[in-house]
Design a protein around this ligand. Structure first.
Ligand code: NAD
Ligand code: SER
Length: 312
């Protein structure tokens, strides 16, 4: 859309740092307004401070900048959420309500990221299906289930075009993660380059679904570009990239850094990880709008090490 004007919340986080550049490459830097509670990190893009709990400032920015599309990334992730559940609930739910209400009033299209954290007990942990029982054990997961359902409700009742992906753990070289259970899979690369050693806060055999940042961004743009009639799932689409355990990613890294050593000291995040799927069935995303990942563990590891070695 030539007149598209985008606002991103939580734009200074792990995903926002990369997504804002992808959107500015696609639409032009004057078409993307980045916002966050924290000061700007993407100095080359327009930035406004925005606490997502401040609904009137959100609406003021939407009006002032004639926003048409909102990518709502501001949230508290799984591990950080367990440290202060009430705050996580407030930011994740009240923040989303402010976004959905603004979208209803100003007729905005919305992207809302959900997560594999919506799953808990009573689902197959291998190839977890799109439509499954959602009984998460973290406040983060509960907020994502609520968020998915509210997004579908606003679509159904008010015609708001809300689209969503259940991201697996995201791994990228461009930015650091912000307090999730899958953060180890980014930290391990930085430590492999700097110290040739890493202590994993998850046990060796804890397999989780993961995706490379390039694939996650491509999936997001594909979903948002798809014609509305192709979007059959209005809660949130399962998407998948790869699955591996800390022991398996360490082995992949050792192909490039032969003297890399991993040790294990599982903490409270182990229990969260054990409540999540090991792999995800993303066949509905593939059928409905043509999703297909490019990166597997081997190609992602090669790319991460190449990029981080250059910047080390
Ligand atoms: P992040 O923690 O790196 O970034 C979140 C950003 O939100 C931060 O920059 C933070 O300053 C900002 N923020 C926090 N409270 C705010 C508030 N009150 N107002 C405005 N901004 C606020 O998270 P991320 O990894 O970039 O994740 C972005 C979204 O994607 C989140 O909704 C997250 O749940 C979802 N997600 C991420 C992953 C992943 O592996 N990174 C996986 C699944 C889903
Ligand atoms: N990567 C996220 C987390 O660990 C999953 O949503 O919290």
């Amino acid at each position: 859309m030539a007149s598209e004007k985008i606002l991103i919340t939580g734009a200074n986080g792990q995903i926002g740092t990369v997504l804002s550049h992808a959107l500015s490459d696609k639409f032009g830097s004057d078409k993307v307004l980045t916002t966050d509670l924290r000061p700007a990190t993407n100095q080359c893009l327009p930035f406004e401070t925005l606490d997502i709990l401040d609904a009137s400032r959100l609406e003021h920015l939407i009006e002032q900048h004639k926003i048409t599309t909102l990518y709502h990334l501001a949230a508290i992730l799984s591990a950080k959420g367990e440290q202060d559940p009430a705050k996580a609930w407030q930011i994740n739910m009240d923040g989303l309500f402010n976004v959905l209400e603004a979208a209803r009033k100003f007729k905005l299209k919305v992207f809302f990221p959900s997560s594999i954290a919506v799953f808990g007990a009573h689902v197959p942990r291998q190839q977890t299906p799109q439509h499954a029982s959602l009984q998460p054990t973290t406040v983060y997961g509960i907020s994502k289930v609520g968020g998915e359902l509210w997004g579908a409700y606003y679509h159904e009742k008010f015609g708001v075009d809300v689209r969503s992906l259940r991201y697996p753990g995201i791994i990228g070289h461009e930015s650091l993660p912000g307090g999730g259970t899958t953060d180890y899979a980014v930290e391990i690369f930085h430590k492999a380059i700097s110290d040739k050693a890493y202590t994993s806060f998850l046990g060796p055999d804890t397999r989780l679904p993961m995706i490379y940042m390039q694939d996650a961004i491509r999936a997001t743009l594909m979903l948002m570009d798809a014609p509305a009639e192709k979007i059959k799932v209005r809660t949130s689409y399962n998407i998948s990239g790869m699955s591996f355990s800390p022991a398996e990613i360490a082995e992949a890294i050792q192909q490039h850094v032969p003297d890399f050593q991993i040790s294990f000291a599982p903490d409270f995040r182990q229990q969260i990880a054990e409540s999540w799927p090991e792999s995800i069935d993303d066949s509905e995303a593939r059928q409905d709008w043509g999703w297909e990942p490019v990166f597997d563990l081997e190609s992602m590891t090669r790319d991460m090490i190449q990029h981080l070695s250059i910047t080390a």
